[in-house]
Design a protein around this ligand. Structure first.
Ligand code: FMN
Ligand code: SF4
Length: 518
């Protein structure tokens, strides 16, 4: 048997040197006259171990990581092609604690094989959901998705089945499925990882959405900062078309569905669904007032399902194993699994898919392993740049939409950023206002003007000018933004600001104390 070596082509792994490692391995193979097949897989998401190289041995896969190109010679000397011991030896990948503790439903295949091998996709259960869907009535597919309890993973947590039902029930000669792959939140990379590591699962999910709602055309809107995801998705769509997964007769059925990839220009607000639709139509990325809902009048004025990548990529497993199977995971009204993206100042950064319900403390301390610097954790921002900062006192909060809302926080796209005790929360609050000022689409005053005034007021606080008055002013401004903004960019910026003030009041003390402390 020719040895198989798996080296991730995922852009996270590439950023950590996977290409150099691949070249060094190819060179070493040539020099030693060894015949082997190099497979460029996706990443399994344990980024603290990337580049993670795997070899297929008679006893199964053996992983090594994080591998540097300077390790390659000694890896060969240690007999790594047959799983030999080496300082980078990690053993069977599915036994690595970070991976073994996960419940992988959406990411079940991600990072295992060549992402563009449709045969590999099928061999691990791919297309079963779509096969079931083509044999069902649209309303029954929608019912499965509704019964599964799946909620949008893009941020708002809106029930996916209800959205699909609105589109199904709206009569039109043309309907669309739009996949939101703008992934603008800090600390998030789940969409990118799945598009690069298992693109067919997204294609399958979109085809199911099309058949369920009567839409025959789909678009994936990917941010321009994701060139690898764009390339992989384009190739995967081409393969899916040639193999009859997409086209006029999806899997040989009378259902038609085709899709295209579109690249955004890089504005955070273009992740907001109505801005995204404007951008897709070639217009400026400005938020549209709702109603009308996109489900009724969306892309080019037609009924449109707009869903996040992970929402759509979670549909195939639901249609394969059934709503009850999926719903069995999770807690409260948060059903199924969620890919938590652990980033920032953390030891074990990466993607961790698990049923809803783990506490924030378990995620940060047990799975994340605390900070990379080894200093105490001070704060964790959950839900991207518009998410609240959680202090250690709230680490008992379970990962659940409602539990986070109860504590004035949000799950968002499930990205968490860890900060150690050197973080200055006044600076973080200022950053939130500045971010909003830069990214505001400008349509409404509380966001456009309020964020700029917010930066100025926090600067005055930092300088110790009338602290009580300015603190009251920031709070007042936050209330105006929260209740007066048209979309969540202006409406949620108060979360990071107010949580910083509420949980870390010592960082907002008057300037003399701050200056003395610095
Ligand atoms: C400022 C702003 C940025 C957003 N960015 C994203 C994004 O990058 N990706 C995403 O899926 N949803 C994003 N959303 C949420 C979308 O508006 C929308 O709720 C989502 O695409 C719906 O899909 P879902 O129901 O599957 O979550 C953003 C919302 C706002 C207000
Ligand atoms: S809140 Fe900000 S981003 Fe949203 S519509 Fe208003 S100005 Fe635009």
């Amino acid at each position: 048997m020719i040895p198989r070596i798996y080296i991730p082509g995922d852009s996270g792994a590439l950023a950590l040197g996977a290409e150099k490692v691949a070249r060094a391995i190819a060179k070493e193979l040539a020099e030693r006259g060894i015949e082997a097949k190099i497979v460029r897989n996706g990443s399994r998401g344990a980024y603290f171990l990337e580049p993670m190289v795997e070899v297929a041995t008679e006893k199964g896969r053996v992983a090594y990581g994080p591998v540097k190109s300077s390790d390659v010679k000694s890896l060969f000397d240690s007999g790594f092609l047959t799983g030999g011991h080496h300082k980078r030896w990690l053993g069977a990948p599915d036994k690595i604690p970070f991976l073994a503790k996960q419940t992988r439903l959406t990411f079940a295949r991600c990072g295992i094989n060549d992402p563009l091998s449709l045969d590999a996709y099928k061999s691990l259960g791919g297309l079963k959901g779509l096969q079931n869907a083509v044999a069902m009535a649209p309303a029954d597919i929608v019912k499965q998705v509704t019964d599964s309890g799946l909620r949008g993973r893009g941020g708002a947590g809106f029930p996916t089945g209800i959205k699909w039902k609105t589109v199904l029930d709206t009569t039109s000669e043309r309907k669309y499925i739009v996949c939101n792959a703008d992934e603008g939140d800090s600390a998030t990379f789940a969409d990118r990882m799945i598009m690069e590591g298992d693109p067919f699962v997204l294609i399958e999910g979109m085809a199911i959405a099309g058949i369920a709602t009567g839409a025959t055309k789909g678009f994936v809107y990917i941010r321009s900062e994701y060139p690898h995801a764009v390339a992989t998705m384009n190739k995967a769509v081409e393969i899916a078309r040639k193999s009859g997964v997409l086209g006029v007769n999806v899997l040989g059925s009378p259902n038609a569905f085709d899709m295209e990839i579109r690249v955004g220009a890089g504005a955070y607000v273009c992740g907001e669904e109505t801005s995204l639709l404007n951008s897709l139509e070639g217009k400026r990325g400005v938020v549209r007032a709702k109603p009308p809902l996109p489900a009724i009048q969306g892309l080019f004025g037609k009924p449109t399902v707009i869903n996040n990548v992970i929402s759509l990529a979670s549909v195939p497993i639901i249609m394969d194993k059934g709503a009850a199977f999926y719903k069995d995971f999770g807690m409260g009204r948060s059903r199924g699994t969620i890919p938590i993206q652990i980033a920032g100042n953390v030891r074990n950064g990466g993607l961790f898919e698990t049923a809803f319900g783990l506490t924030l403390g378990e995620i940060v301390d047990d799975i994340g392993g605390g900070t990379a610097t080894g200093r105490p954790v001070k704060a964790v921002q959950v839900g991207g740049p518009l998410g609240a900062y959680f202090p250690r006192a709230l680490f008992d909060t379970p990962f659940d939409y409602e539990e986070f809302a109860k504590r004035d926080g949000l799950i968002g796209h499930a990205g968490i950023t860890v900060f150690d005790d050197t973080a200055d929360m006044l600076k973080q609050a200022r950053f939130a206002m500045e971010f909003c000022a830069i990214e505001s689409c400008g349509k409404c005053t509380p966001c456009r003007i309020g964020s700029t005034r917010g930066v100025e007021t926090i600067d005055r606080l930092a300088a110790g000018i009338e602290p009580e008055k300015n603190l009251a002013l920031v709070t007042d401004l936050c209330n105006t933004m929260k209740f007066g903004s048209l979309c969540a960019l202006g409406g949620f910026t108060p979360y990071p600001v107010m949580s910083s003030i509420t949980h870390f009041p010592e960082d907002f003390k008057p300037a003399p104390a701050r200056v003395a402390a610095e």
